[in-house]
Design a protein. Structure first.
Length: 358
């Protein structure tokens, strides 16, 4: 194999099955190795997207994971702290066509060990339950209020009207789990749509394609319409990703953003992963672009102090005047992208006063 990093251009025609097979080979064999937790994370994310989008691939593509599948019980027993990654990979491999039925045995063992009960957050408990229930085992039969607590979190719009990436990603993943990755109606209402739009606006203002792509996927799983401005920007962003190959390709790249942008394409009815790939080490690099105005907007509002208002109409001229020309364009696009920008700005402004303590 060559040590020269080379740019892979789309003119190298491949079938979708060949492209998917090359991705699996690269992630399984060439990017990371051994029992690296980052190997588990990367491969769990790739296989999850391939499985839930019904990806096609050649029969021998799964051979890259034979070693993992043969020893998954030993890994799970010795690394129980990674049970969600390990179980997810095992289940996806079987559902993608790997011969075997280890997932059912492992699901029962994980449930019996009580790993889901040891999770510290409702979101982790929900993910664990969703995974184990794929083989018909409920690890938390006594927790009948899990979904209700998560829905309460999802409908609190104010949480999502200010920068909070942890809450933002938890919102999108809650929709993924409740919908079983688009397989059923998650039964979420308009209040959740508003929360997702708030997160989408935040991501667009930051020009954060990773988060915005997840928002768009979650909106489709929830049965909500995706703003055209967001989708158009993501389509262009995904098309401009660069893929490089060779042993000198750095491990620190933008692979997750690449995966979720292509996941978004698949849920939008577009062809995902429409690039040529090598059966080798690959790196995925987002296009260079203008940064979003989110930080400028935050600084502007904070400096205004008591003079700031949650009324976008009243604040618009002052805010735009404080932004760079490039940021003004992005801000205008964000304003036009949804019908709730005024409500988003009211929450973002944070003008409510704190009563004096007695």
């Amino acid at each position: 194999m060559s040590n020269v990093v080379q740019l892979i251009v789309p003119s190298q025609r491949q079938t979708p099955a060949e492209r998917h097979g090359a991705l699996m080979q690269s992630f399984a064999k060439h990017r990371r190795f051994g029992d690296d937790v980052f190997w588990l994370k990367e491969n769990a994310e790739l296989l999850n997207i391939l499985e839930c989008t019904g990806a096609k691939f050649d029969e021998d593509a799964l051979s890259a994971y034979h070693g993992f599948y043969e020893n998954v019980e030993k890994r799970l027993q010795f690394f129980p702290q990674y049970y969600r990654f390990l179980l997810s990979i095992c289940l996806d491999l079987e559902d993608l066509g790997m011969k075997g039925n280890k997932g059912a045995k492992l699901s029962r063992w994980v449930a019996d060990q009580g790993f889901a009960r040891a999770e510290l957050s409702d979101l982790q408990r929900m993910e664990a339950r969703r995974l184990i229930m794929r083989r018909g085992v409920d690890p938390l039969p006594e927790d009948g209020g899990l979904d209700a607590r998560m829905r309460g979190f999802m409908v609190r719009n104010a949480t999502f009207a200010m920068p909070n990436k942890k809450a933002a990603y938890e919102l999108t993943h809650a929709v993924f789990y409740l919908s079983e990755y688009g397989r059923k109606d998650p039964m979420i209402d308009k209040a959740v749509s508003t929360s997702l739009k708030f997160v989408g606006l935040m991501a667009f203002l930051e020009q954060n394609a990773d988060l915005l792509a997840e928002v768009c996927v979650a909106m489709r799983f929830g049965g909500f319409e995706v703003p055209q401005i967001w989708e158009t920007w993501l389509l262009r962003h995904a098309a401009l990703f660069e893929v490089a190959s060779g042993q000198q390709v750095a491990q620190q790249d933008d692979y997750h953003e690449f995966l979720v942008c292509n996941w978004m394409l698949a849920t939008a009815g577009k062809a995902p992963f429409a690039k040529a790939f090598e059966f080798d080490r690959m790196g995925f690099y987002r296009p260079e672009g203008v940064g979003g105005p989110l930080r400028e907007l935050s600084e502007c509002m904070y400096k205004l102090g008591d003079d700031r208002s949650g009324d976008w109409g009243a604040m618009r001229a002052t805010v735009l005047e404080s932004l760079s020309p490039e940021s003004q364009v992005i801000m205008a696009c964000a304003e036009k992208s949804t019908d709730i920008f005024d409500s988003f700005f009211e929450g973002f402004a944070r003008v409510s006063t704190m009563a004096e303590a007695n």
